[in-house]
Every structure is written in C-alpha cells, then in structure tokens.
Design a binder for this molecule. Structure first.
Ligand code: URA
Length: 245
C-alpha cells in the first residue's frame, strides 16, 4: 500500500519547490486537495490519486523520473508478467502515476530492497556488470559456517557460469543450527548468493537484500514502499557516472 505523504513532501518530490517553501504556500492558502483548502501543515495526501492543486492548477502526477524503494515480500516475482499467474512485485504498487520497472531481480523467496524506476538509462547502468554496483544481503544458512567457507566466499568461488568475483563476508551470528552472514557482491547474476553458498556447501534458508549501491532498506516494512528523495537518487546516478561526482 502506498502511504499518504505530507503535502510539502509531495510538492518537493514533484520538483516544484522545497518543503519549507511548500509550507509557506499552504499557509498562504494556495493548496487544495480534492477541492478542499489545505489549512494545516502536515496534511497528507496520496500523490497520483488525490487531486492536489496549486493556485487552482493540478500539480504534475509524476516527475520525469520516478524512483521507488520497495521491501519485497516472500512469494512475489520481479517480472512484468508470469505465465504461472504468480503475484508480481508491481501488484504491490498502488496509485503510482506511471509504470515503473524493477531494477534487477530478487527470487520468489528472497525479501528486501528492490529499487524500481521508469528511468531507463539509470536501470541500464545499475544492472550492467561493468559498474560493479554493490548489493548487500543478510544470508541465513543451515549449520555453523566455517572460517574456511568465509575465506572462500571472500576470495570468490567458481560457479557454473564463471567465477563469482570477490565478496565481502562477515558473520552476524552463528551456532550449530544456523549462521547469519552479511555478504556484499558486485554482480547480479541469477540466484548468485544461493549458488555461492552452495559452492561452499551451505544451503540458504532465508535471504534478504539490505543494500543496493548507496541505498539501504532502513525501517521500511515488508510489502511497503516509498518514493526516494532527490538527495537519495543523486548518489545512485553518481556511482554510475550519470551525473558528475
Ligand atoms: N542472489 C540470490 O541467490 N537470490 C536473490 O534473490 C538475489 C541474489
């Protein structure tokens, strides 16, 4: 479900003004929502669904680029259609003014950070292997992970479609039953984390992506999503050279 956002935030996300300026507009009685004058700062609305007007004119239902962060739940797939009729991540998005596409894929049974956008250039670069965008996962495996396995993961393991590349691997917790590690890789091949763990003889029982480039999941609840602010999108564009560093 999309959350209602404060009007000042919507006006800033729409690229119309800063949040502070938007509050001034509200105080001056320039904003209406669904025909009603907004008098209280902090009033919320759903961008793309509620009719928000400035001086009687509709504000854009979108900005040029739409950038969303979703906490993907278990049991959803990251395609735009599924012949088996399974739920799609895009089914979770409500009242988004334009179609957005998942950047990279998470498996049906993987949870966590999924970035979606309608910005084709950015998608292309973020998913292109040459940019080596780091992806961080919290990985739970059966059994107690050994130092040797961690060392092998860090050095990179051989997968059937080529070497995995080096990774960063640290232990979050471990006992005889299960281990939880944080793993950062710079490629996004199919089922890569599961296959890397399999290569060192561990079975992944739970997988959450917590980071993608400069983005992190934060406290976004499973199934929820939010618009990214310009200050969050710029670092993403910077790491792939779309804007200067
Ligand atoms: N690696 C995997 O094995 N699965 C995912 O969903 C993402 C990375």
């Amino acid at each position: 479900m999309q959350k209602a956002l404060r009007i000042n935030r919507i006006l800033s996300l729409a690229g119309l003004t800063s949040r502070r300026k938007a509050d001034e507009w509200i105080k001056k009685g320039r904003i209406t929502v669904n025909g009603l004058l907004v008098t209280k700062l902090g009033t919320r609305a759903i961008w793309g669904k509620d009719r928000i007007q400035l001086d009687g004119k509709d504000i854009p239902k979108t900005r040029q680029g739409l950038y969303l962060l979703l906490n993907k739940p278990f049991g959803y797939i990251c395609s735009l259609m599924d012949p088996e009729g399974r739920s799609l991540v895009t089914d979770l998005l409500k009242d988004i003014p334009e179609r957005v596409y998942p950047v990279g894929r998470l498996d049906f049974d993987t949870l966590g950070l999924l970035f979606l956008t309608n910005d084709g250039d950015l998608t292309y670069r973020l998913t292109h292997p040459s940019y080596e965008v780091p992806r961080t996962y919290k990985v739970t495996v059966d059994g107690k992970i050994t130092d040797k396995a961690l060392k092998d993961l860090r050095a990179g393991v051989q997968l059937e479609d080529g070497p995995s590349g080096r990774s960063k691997a640290t232990i979050i917790s471990k006992n005889n039953m299960k281990s939880i590690i944080r793993l950062t890789i710079t490629q996004g091949r199919q089922r890569q984390v599961r296959r890397m763990l399999q290569a060192v003889n561990y079975k992944v029982v739970h997988l959450i992506r917590t980071g993608f480039g400069p983005l992190s999941l934060g406290d976004l609840k499973v199934g929820e999503y939010r618009y990214l602010e310009t200050v969050e999108v710029e670092p993403l564009k910077k790491i792939v050279g779309l804007i200067p560093k």
